[in-house]
Design a protein around this ligand. Structure first.
Ligand code: SF4
Ligand code: SF4
Length: 439
């Protein structure tokens, strides 16, 4: 590696070395409690998939360049030179980590391996060694923000073509647009993913709840966050912040995309609008009687997969269960419980990287498959498109014989008007704990 490149990367390291990161780099006691916490290692027991091992690569570079002992006694401190081989190792550990943070809840020091992997990803971005596919997708999102006029006409035509499918789920009053766009002064800006699946059910639910809402021109997913590139993460996020400010909305509702929700919620800063997940919004509508659902439309035992970025990392744990108490006659909680839930294996940009990661995603999520099958559920509901894709791939690969659904589509399909009976007595459902799977 050229010395100038190394100097640039070390500068990047130094400038982004937060106090928390330093603490994590200096406190690992090598107790090994994180070994079985990672779904990758639990499914494929190899040294490189242990959370502490992943962090160790970054730690050794830190020892070499930022600690006196590492500079003078590299052997003693296991310091590591930042070179092409080290970058290759960083790639392997960072892009086999989904950022689920399950290891963090088991670590006695609360070491955040995801945060340490963000440094690994940053160095890869600095060296232009990040995954090409994610880089391309991030650049396309940024370009769309710069030249919206070019995309607007096709976008509006596409949205128009979805209107009849929204009306099939919920008939709105005459004169009201089933999918309002660019509404100045709307209460809600709904930020979807590209594709009908994240637009149609949400539109029906907002209309049924009588909300004054508008659809964002931009898709919620933030490929910059998957890349671990703070600059591109910011640019992608700012398209949405600017739109929300221009329309003067009171609330930004993030679609069922864990990373999008987490980035919007945690990185938007102080704004004149609040950020919530559509899961929180749906739970509120049911709680306040703004929408009603008929539970008899959902047949079969149901379980719920907590998306890591929404539940463990985003704090939205009770709301999906509140919704499912209205929807499911037989809801079966997975075990271990949500804070310790196994990751589906598709996060951290792995699903977005497509076929390239398919084999790894299938092998590394075997524990997730076991966890789902132990419930005996026939329907697996989740609230993240990424998780939905990964769970669908797992369903095919392992022939699980379950149906994978998104929460919003379950709610939209069960909507009932005031003339219909809403069977929403949450007390009548069956709740079962499945056998606890040891961590
Ligand atoms: S964040 Fe998740 S995937 Fe990454 S090391 Fe920890 S448990 Fe494994
Ligand atoms: S659990 Fe925490 S302290 Fe123990 S080895 Fe893992 S990262 Fe280090």
């Amino acid at each position: 590696m050229d010395q100038n490149i190394r100097n640039d990367l070390l500068k990047l390291f130094r400038e982004n070395l937060s106090r928390a990161m330093k603490l994590y780099l200096e406190t690992c006691s090598r107790c090994g409690l994180c070994v079985q916490a990672c779904h990758v290692h639990a499914s494929m027991p190899q040294l490189r998939y242990i959370a502490a091992y992943r962090a160790e690569i970054i730690r050794k570079i830190y020892q070499k360049y930022f600690k006196a002992q590492g500079s003078f006694f590299p052997r003693l401190s296991e310091a590591k030179e930042l070179n092409d081989d080290a970058l290759q190792e960083l790639y392997e550990v960072a892009f086999s980590c989904t950022g689920c943070r399950r290891c963090m809840v088991y670590c006695p020091h609360g070491i955040d391996t995801e945060m340490l992997m963000s440094m690994a990803k940053l160095l890869l971005v600095g060296a232009r060694r990040e995954p090409e596919m994610l880089s391309l997708l991030a650049d396309t999102s940024i370009e769309k923000g710069k030249s919206l006029a070019l995309f607007k006409k096709d976008f509006l035509t596409g949205i128009k073509s979805l209107e009849s499918r929204v009306i099939e789920k919920w008939k709105c009053p005459a004169g009201q647009a089933p999918i309002p766009v660019d509404v100045q002064g709307a209460d809600i800006l709904y930020v979807p993913l590209s594709g009908a699946r994240s637009i149609i059910p949400a539109a029906a639910i907002f209309n049924a709840a009588g909300r004054n809402w508008t659809l964002s021109f931009f898709e919620a997913v933030n490929f910059g966050a998957f890349l671990g590139d703070p600059a591109r993460t910011r640019l992608i996020l700012e398209r949405i912040i600017d739109e929300a400010r221009r329309l003067k909305v009171k609330k930004v509702v993030a679609c069922e995309c864990g990373t999008a929700f987490r980035v919007m919620k945690q990185l938007s800063g102080k704004q004149p609008f609040e950020v919530v997940s559509i899961v929180q919004e749906m739970a509120r509508y049911l709680r306040e009687g703004l929408i009603r659902v008929n539970r008899s439309r959902c047949n079969g035992p149901i379980t719920y997969h907590d998306p890591c970025q929404i539940a463990r990392n985003g704090g939205v744990i009770d709301e999906p269960r509140e919704i499912l108490r209205h929807l499911a006659q037989d809801f079966r909680e997975m075990s271990p419980d949500p804070a310790y839930n196994w990751c589906c294996g598709g996060g951290g940009g792995l699903v977005a990287m497509g076929e390239d990661t398919l084999d790894f995603r299938m092998k590394s999520a075997r524990v997730k498959v076991d966890q789902i099958l132990a419930t005996g559920a026939k329907i697996v509901v989740t609230a993240c498109e990424n998780c939905h894709t990964q769970l669908s791939d797992l369903n095919d690969h392992y022939k699980m014989g379950v149906e994978i659904r998104l929460l919003s589509s379950m709610v939209a399909d069960a909507l009932v008007g005031p003339e219909e009976t809403a069977s929403t007595n949450p007390e009548k459902q069956t709740l079962r704990e499945t056998t606890r799977i040891p961590a």
